[in-house]
Structures are given as C-alpha cells and as structure tokens.
Write a protein that binds this ligand. Structure first.
Ligand code: SAM
Length: 302
C-alpha cells in the first residue's frame, strides 16, 4: 500500500494495465474497453462463464413455483457435467431451465396425460427427459440424425427410469415417412432445430405434422444475424454462410432490437404454421434469448 489512503497492490497493477494515466484522458470507447473493465463492467470476452452463471441464477430465481417443482422432478440432470448454479438448494443449468419454461408454456394449453409426443431434432434429449419426468405420457418419439440419436439414446438410458425409457422411440430420418404414414400424435415438438435444416426439409416435416398431429410447439430463432461482436465469428466465415441459408426464417435483423424482433416474431408465427387448418393458441418471445420465439399451434379440424 502507498500511504495511509493510497493504492493497494491490486490498484497499482490496474493503474499500469487498465486505468492508466493515458487512457483516463480518452472518453471515446472507454466504457466498452479496458478502463471500464476495472470500473463498472467485467470484460465479457474472458468472463463468458460468469455472465452465463449470472443469467442462469437470475432466471432460476424468477421461475414460478410450478416450474421450480417441475425442475426438481427431473432427476439426474447432473449427468454430463453441465455448467450450473445452485438456487434454493437446487442445481440449475440453462438447458433444463429452458426445458421447464418450454414445458410450462405447452402445459398451459395441452393435456399431456396419456399423450403421444413426437419431437423432431431432440439433441441429447433434455425435452424428452423433462416431459417424461413430469407427465404420464403414453409414448415419446424422437426423430433425429443418427449421431444425435446415438447420444440421446445413451443419455436417456442413463437419466430415465426403466419404465420411462420404455416409452421412448428413436426414429432415423431415413425411416421418417414410413413412421409417420400410420402414426398419430397429440403433440409435435421442435426446439432450435428447424432453423438449422434446409428449408425444403422443414416444409416436408411440417407437411407430416399437418397430417398426423393435433398440436405443434415450435421454438426457434425469428431470423439470422451478422453481429460479429457477439461471437467474433469464431467458427469461421464459411459456417456463418451455411447458417444464413437454413430454416424458414432467414431475414437478417438486429437480434437485440426489440422492435425488430417483435416484427419478425409475427412473421415467424405465419411462417412455421403447419397448414391452413392450424391456429396459433399462444405465441411470444422465449426466454432467455432476445430473438427466440415460441408458438403453440392447434389443428382446427380433425
Ligand atoms: C441445436 S440442436 C437442438 C436440440 C434440442 N432440440 C435442444 O434444444 O436441446 C439441433 C438438433 O436438430 C437435429 N437435426 C438437424 N437436422 C435434422 C434433420 N434433418 N432431421 C431431424 N433432426 C435434425 C440435430 O441432430 C440436433 O439434434
């Protein structure tokens, strides 16, 4: 320490590295640069996990009592070592936090007891895990690409009870038309995966949904974005190009402009409607991402 009220060794260091004599004369850009990263804000680049945990923590505290109870009923969420926080004694990660929000949205309108559910593009199976842990479904089918199916089968085998796992069917995309030819479902679920498929593939899936489902829940981005400050395009320009071409909602927008997102949200609901007989029962932004929209459609005719 220098003097009775002087700098600690820590601030001596900061005065050499961040809040230097030179930088304190410069106002342009100082709030999103080094000086402010020692004043009022953590540098977002090395602090990604800190911001993620803060997001989870705040969302978890705001969950409704029903959603908190639903989360507690989903056992073995620790499998796979998620990045988690602990709120009210319960470990919480972002995947299952979203799962209970999705479940809450759907169950506000659809009776799931005894329901037959089909999910297209299930990832490792978090949604299936959340649904089966909270509702006595009669069956849950997952349609996906082979590698994801393998992961989902291993994961769900590890986290579900034998009785729950026996209700899960795994369907390869090569078998999807045969599978849908005779099957009927109460609910189809698509979360964050139509947006990553070729448009023709999405339309083909929606045609199957139109023929065979009563309800359809879709949660996906309302469009595309090019803001390089978000991810430094860290996976390369080619990947950005590929991502811009997929899905049905391909307008490029500022995904952190609420007016632009709301405008594209309305368009999203019209774009993903499985067919003319489908009405939207509920729709709106899907937390936590500014640019994700969720909609529940119901087939108005049998
Ligand atoms: C970003 S992940 C989302 C996973 C999951 N819905 C979630 O939110 O955790 C996209 C999923 O869509 C699947 N997918 C991609 N193309 C597909 C296709 N043509 N048919 C079925 N599933 C597909 C991927 O294998 C993956 O499981």
């Amino acid at each position: 320490m220098t003097g009775k009220y002087g700098r600690s060794a820590l601030w001596e260091q900061y005065n050499r590295t961040h809040v230097t004599r030179e930088t304190t004369h410069e106002l342009a850009g100082f709030k999103s640069g080094a000086p402010n990263f020692k004043m009022a804000l953590w540098d977002p680049k090395p602090n990604g996990v800190r911001y993620l945990k803060t997001l989870i923590y705040n969302l978890a505290e705001q969950l409704s009592p029903d959603a908190k109870a639903a989360l507690r009923r989903i056992r073995h969420r620790e499998v796979g070592d998620p990045i988690s926080v602990r709120v009210d004694g319960e470990p919480v990660c972002l995947d299952y936090l979203q799962a209970v929000l999705e479940l809450e949205f759907v169950t506000g309108h659809v009776e799931l007891t005894g329901a037959r559910v089909v999910e297209i593009g299930a990832g490792y199976g978090r949604t299936c895990h959340a649904f089966l842990s909270n509702h006595d479904l009669s069956a849950y089918y997952i349609v996906d690409l082979d590698n994801s199916l393998t992961l989902a089968e291993a994961y769900l085998g590890a986290v579900l009870t034998e009785e729950q796992f026996a209700k899960v069917g795994f369907v390869r995309v090569d078998d999807v038309e045969d599978f849908f030819a005779t099957a009927r479902f109460d609910l189809c679920v698509n979360i964050d995966s139509f947006a990553e498929m070729d448009a023709a593939t999405v339309l083909a899936y929606l045609a199957l949904v139109d023929r065979s489902c009563r309800y359809c829940y879709i949660k996906n981005p309302v469009g595309k974005y090019l803001d390089k400050t978000l991810d430094s395009h860290s996976q390369g320009a080619e990947l950005v190009e590929l991502a811009l071409r997929t899905g049905l909602a391909r307008d490029v927008l500022d995904i952190h402009d609420s007016d632009a997102v709301a405008e594209h949200g309305t368009k999203f609901v019209a774009t993903y409607r499985p067919g003319p007989w489908w009405t939207d029962v509920a729709a709106g932004r899907a937390l936590p991402w500014s640019y994700y929209w969720q909609v529940l459609y119901r087939r108005a005719r049998p």
